[in-house]
Design a protein around this ligand. Sequence first.
Ligand code: FES
Ligand code: FES
Length: 164
Amino acid sequence: MKVQLSINGERRTADVEPRKTLLDCLREDFGLTGSHTGCEHGVCGACTILLDGEPVRACLIFAVQADGYEITTIEGVAPAPGELSVIQDAFCETHGMQCGYCTPGMVLTATALLRDNPQPTRKEIVEAISGNICRCTGYGQIVEAIALAAERLAHANAPQRAKP
Ligand code: FES
Ligand code: FES
């Protein structure tokens, strides 16, 4: 079946079997391997993408079900090639990753959180990432990363003070 997807702002088409998951389609048909394959049954969150802005598990959706939706993968969050988003940068700075397997899903979950709730409490951050499993970090540094990104984004929007 033909599917037309809008991925990271670009219209893409693929010819897929109806049983192909969106995750496999992104990775195999479009080469977007930043969405990771973990449990493949909706538990780990490694495959998290944004579907019309909402974090969803790409392993639980068939590619044909995503026809016509706006999809954002980790490849689409940086402002330009070779750059990092504020959230990605904060993950690097606070050591919010070790092996990196969970990181794309964490970053996309955080991206949606900070869009909807720019100044989350620590509890709200923990709750937001509760569907994303990390086997390495113990989560503390991930929470720090998201809190740091929230602070930086808030200051980025603050009016500049006149220089003395
Ligand atoms: S691979 Fe999709 S939730 Fe684990
Ligand atoms: S950094 Fe290894 S799974 Fe999270």
